[in-house]
Design a binder for this molecule. Structure first.
Ligand code: AMP
Ligand code: MG
Length: 291
């Protein structure tokens, strides 16, 4: 059996392994990236949603194995980094994909404007202390990348400061990976038209007002500058140890499917067993039966 056929069998519904289809290639040009596309996926929405549902059992079991390993002295963990413009669907991914596993094994953290305490520290300070402990699936809703995105676009620090951060982030992530964390970086790439529609929906529906933030229109006005900043992130931090996945986000179902595959792949890659007993099973059984 040929290599690609074997891979296709492992990834039903995909023309090629989703990792290959989603991995941001060197030289990816955001200006021409189709944000409504469904790269690598053979089918449509219904099949995509069904596939996410089908992944639930395996995701859940692998997460439990990872957690068990963490409890037994292991050092491994997963860190899912979600970056995207407002309304790109970060929250929906947390709910619909990460929500498929036991919440006790998930360490979720969202990063907003730094608090006064955070602002007194180096920008990686709040990131370091939010890294997943062994056995956990960490999820970053926004991340240290804000410090080369909003910080760059809004000029929160001078260019010579943010300019140095790309290499610093690469070195930081390399150390995190060496310590046992598999980092999955997802750029949720939304079109400006779709963002407009999603923001409008927030204004049309009283149950969505709470999600609306007038500041979102201000960042929207800086769309080209943000695209430039995202392009720099992809150009300069797409490393072998912590690669970027470019996920078209105009179709929510596809973004969720894509992230479910990426998470599954990260967990499968650990080849997780169950920790052996650190006690004498037979002796314990005898002791228990004697009670
Ligand atoms: P939301 O994700 O909708 O809750 O918005 C969080 C806001 O915090 C966004 O506008 C981000 O740009 C902003 N934010 C996140 N990290 C930083 C940072 N390091 N510096 C400045 N603003 C940030
Ligand atoms: Mg927001």
């Amino acid at each position: 059996m040929g290599h690609s056929k074997k891979n296709a069998a492992k990834h039903p519904g995909w023309k090629k392994p989703p990792l290959e289809a989603l991995r941001a290639p060197a030289g990816l040009d955001l200006a021409t990236f189709d944000r409504a596309s469904t790269p690598g996926w053979k089918h449509g929405k219904q099949a995509g949603e069904d596939m996410v549902t089908r992944h639930a059992a395996e995701l859940s079991e692998l997460q439990e194995r990872l957690f068990a390993e963490g409890r037994s002295g292991g050092s491994r963990s997963v860190l899912l980094v979600l970056q995207g413009m407002d309304t790109a669907g970060k929250g929906g991914i947390v709910r619909h994909v990460v929500g498929l596993v036991d919440p006790q094994g998930v360490a979720h953290r969202s990063f907003g404007v730094p608090t006064p305490e955070e602002a007194r520290h180096h920008y990686l300070w709040r990131i370091r202390r939010s890294l997943p402990r062994p056995g956990y699936i960490g999820v970053f809703d926004r991340s240290h990348y804000e410090d080369v995105l909003v910080a760059r676009v809004d000029g929160l620090v001078p260019p010579e400061v943010w300019e140095k951060r790309y290499d610093e982030i690469n070195r930081f992530e390399e150390r995190v990976v060496e310590a046992g964390t598999r980092i999955v970086k997802v750029a949720l790439l939304l079109s400006p038209e779709e963002q407009r529609a999603r923001l409008l929906e927030r204004l049309d529906r009283p149950d969505k007002y709470w999600k609306y933030n007038p500041g979102d229109v201000d960042s929207r006005l800086k769309w080209p500058a943000y695209q430039e900043a995202y392009q720099a992130v992809l150009d300069r931090t797409n490393t072998e140890v912590a690669p970027w996945y470019a996920v078209p986000a105009d179709r929510k179902w596809f973004a969720r499917l894509a992230v479910s595959e990426l998470l599954l792949d990260a967990l499968r890659g650990f080849d997780l067993g169950w920790p052996p007993a650190d006690f004498d099973v037979d002796a314990e059984r005898r002791r228990l039966l004697a009670t």
